[in-house]
Design a binder for this molecule. Structure first.
Ligand code: C2E
Ligand code: MG
Ligand code: MG
Ligand code: MG
Length: 275
């Protein structure tokens, strides 16, 4: 898609000509309707250790537009951020994850930690921590089963107040991870500043896709993370060659199409063991 300047239209390049343009206003009202009717689903992408055993998963939102079909979160999440409606979306996602974890638990599955993506704006919302407290008690979930993913770029916008929110989340027992590390422009001093709060660093897929040429670079990131007591996740492993290469490193967890694409609940449940 592309933002077409002043005309306030989205252009979908992979659609037929007459279907290409879509007004912003329409997208916004459709998104609001989708929020109201909870018209989203979640998919879960397995995260494995270096031997391929399931050790976690990432929850990712999907929106199936009634006329447009699938719209990528890479399009509508930034749009929802700008429209000021991302908090409702992230809240929908967290509620779904808590419900699902509870459901797996009562059905006798051995649940692995599930991570949820949060936009910077969501973290800044003063209602977030109270809403998490409510979800933890309502669904009686061990908070260690929930991970919070923040992007590196969102760190740049954080204030003392957001740092305080993150420490509260950590005190609740949630783990905080830094997503897409290396993709943005945050400096090492940022990483240092957040070192007591962030316990997991996810290396951006752009590094992993070139890992064979970039092994030294990836090893340096892993070394740095370990120095700061962080666990390391590699995102975007697609080939056997990349997998072989990452196995020579001290990376703790791996994610990517090579192991599995994000799966609908029924498919992902097959990955879970029984208690
Ligand atoms: P992300 O959090 O970095 O998620 C990883 C993205 O990489 C996902 O795209 C996933 O499907 C994709 N991916 C996984 N393995 C591979 C691989 O081997 N190769 C390649 N090329 N891609 C792979 P997806 O689901 O389209 O999500 C895109 C982004 O949208 C996410 O990036 C995240 O920033 C955002 N997002 C998704 N769900 C949510 C949500 O519930 N809330 C918020 N705030 N953001 C979300
Ligand atoms: Mg993520
Ligand atoms: Mg990522
Ligand atoms: Mg991303």
């Amino acid at each position: 898609y592309a933002k077409q300047g002043k005309s306030e239209m989205f252009v979908f390049y992979n659609s037929t000509l007459e279907n290409r343009v879509f007004p912003y206003a329409r997208l916004e009202s459709d998104l609001r309707k989708a929020i109201q009717h909870k018209n989203f689903t979640l998919v879960y992408q397995p995260r494995v250790n270096s031997t391929g055993k399931l050790i976690g998963a990432e929850a990712l939102i999907r929106w199936n537009h009634p006329e447009r079909g699938f719209i990528s979160p890479d399009l509508f999440i930034p749009f929802a951020e700008e429209a000021g409606i991302i908090y409702q979306i992230d809240c929908f996602v967290q509620e779904e994850v808590f419900k699902q974890v509870r459901h797996w638990e009562v059905s006798g599955y051995q649940v692995v930690p599930i991570s949820i993506n949060y936009s910077a704006n969501t973290i800044k919302n003063p209602n977030l921590v109270p809403s998490l407290e409510k979800l933890i008690s309502r669904y009686s979930i061990n908070p260690r089963l929930i991970e919070v993913e923040l992007t590196e770029t969102s760190l740049l916008t954080f204030t003392e107040a957001t740092l305080d929110t993150l420490s509260k989340m950590k005190k609740l027992g949630l783990s905080i991870s830094l997503d897409d590390f290396g993709k943005g422009y945050s400096s090492l001093s940022y990483l240092h500043k957040f070192k007591d709060i962030i316990s997991i660093l996810k290396i951006d897929k752009s590094f992993i896709q070139n890992i064979v040429e970039n092994t030294d670079l990836v090893n340096s990131i892993i070394y740095l993370a370990k120095q700061l007591n962080m666990a390391v996740v590699a995102e975007g492993i697609e080939t056997e060659e990349q997998y072989k290469c990452i196995q020579t490193t001290l990376c703790d967890a791996l994610q990517g199409y090579y192991f599995s694409k994000p799966l609908k609940v029924s498919e992902f449940t097959k990955w879970l063991g029984r208690r």
